[in-house]
Design a protein around this ligand. Structure first.
Ligand SMILES: NC(=O)c1ccc[n+]([C@@H]2O[C@H](COP(=O)([O-])OP(=O)(O)OC[C@H]3O[C@@H](n4cnc5c(N)ncnc54)[C@H](O)[C@@H]3O)[C@@H](O)[C@H]2O)c1
Length: 315
């Protein structure tokens, strides 16, 4: 199959690209390398188009001859969007519209769009179901909700097959630990490997449905072909939660350290409980959790430790 992965040089994108290549796809990537890295796709047999999602022309050229688009490209991070909401909006919303319109114009069969659990915010009711209330708390969450909803509307108005996946706190190999907006697992792992205390915003009782990357890749592959999935949105998670304090305990165990967290005031836009109901994805996509939090964390820590000591990861 000919596939396009937008954001394919990023964390989720490059892991998905590897899975697509492994099954024999011809893979093209569209990425402007803003938060992604060329090193993530170095040596892979892919066509890398360096370009910006905000340009319809670039996106249109990238969708030529493509059957399925996996739209992973975006500016992630809640704090980034609080600091610069205009850019997050332009990339995440206009960029998604460009992907949808170009896909329609080029006759793409299906577009799988990366959405986010952040759309639920602190809305009442947990675990989260796709029909349940949403309450975005940050510009990032609003932009992902708009992207998701535009993709569902494209199904109704343009007859384009679209599936939106609400990822819950994804982690794994090749997630950047060094960005100023790094996610909590790679950030803490890197800090603690250096012997530094992890800094927790709030009291550490916030909980997350941490989802190992292999599970997310599997959901994308299924979403590209599943009958009855088009025009729908699905949670992609594990259905279990871990607190931030527990995460630190697990990291201390895996690293053989005994580092006490440093507690700082909570940040704006942070969610207290993030827990998914994954029954819709199980039923329609045949999705199931392939790798547990503990097994995924062990692999992730090993990867970061190896790449840090080889100098491949340095501040
Ligand atoms: N990592 C998570 O926990 C998580 C959770 C929910 C949703 N998501 C979504 O999953 C997708 C992938 O996230 P990720 O964690 O791999 O982040 P990432 O930053 O590693 O990847 C994003 C990719 O998009 C590219 N990109 C950014 N702006 C672009 C632009 N203007 N034009 C072209 N390319 C651009 C970046 O260079 C990068 O390669 C995003 O849509 C994100 O919103 C991620």
């Amino acid at each position: 199959m000919r596939t396009l992965v937008t954001g394919g040089a990023g964390f989720i994108g490059c892991n998905l690209v590897r899975a697509l290549l492994a099954r024999g796809d011809q893979v093209r990537i569209l990425d402007n390398l803003s938060t992604g890295q060329r090193a993530n796709v170095a040596g892979l047999d892919v066509e890398l188009i360096e370009g910006d999602l905000r340009s319809y022309e670039r996106v249109n050229a990238a969708t030529k001859g493509v059957e399925v688009v996996f739209h992973q490209g975006a500016l992630p991070s809640v704090p980034r969007s609080v600091q610069d909401p205009l850019t997050s909006n332009a990339v995440n919303v206009d960029g998604t519209l460009n992907v949808l319109l170009a896909s329609r114009d080029r006759g793409v069969r299906r577009v799988v769009v990366a959405s986010s659990s952040s759309v639920y915010g602190n809305a009442p009711g947990t675990p989260r179901t796709e029909q349940g209330p949403i309450a975005p708390l940050a510009p990032y969450a609003v932009s992902k909700l708009a992207a998701e909803q535009y993709s569902l509307v494209a199904h109704h108005t343009h007859g384009l097959e679209t599936v939106a996946l609400r990822y819950f706190n994804v982690f794994g190999e090749r997630q950047d630990p060094l960005s100023g907006y790094a996610a909590v697992i790679p950030k803490f792992t890197f800090m603690m490997l250096d012997g530094n205390r992890p800094t927790i915003f709030g009291n550490g009782s916030a909980s997350r449905d941490f989802t190992y990357i292999e599970n997310v890749v599997q959901a994308n592959l299924a979403a590209a072909v599943a009958d009855g999935a088009s025009g729908r949105v699905f949670n992609v998670a594990t259905g279990e939660t871990r607190t931030i304090n527990l995460l630190v305990r697990e990291l201390n165990r895996l690293l053989g350290t005994d580092l006490e967290p440093e507690y700082l005031p909570p940040r704006p836009g942070e969610v207290s409980v993030s827990h998914a109901d994954i029954s819709a994805a199980a039923e329609v996509l045949g999705y199931r959790r392939l790798v547990t939090f503990e097994a995924g964390l062990e692999r992730t820590v090993k990867w970061i430790a190896e790449h840090r000591s080889s100098g491949a990861l340095s501040p």
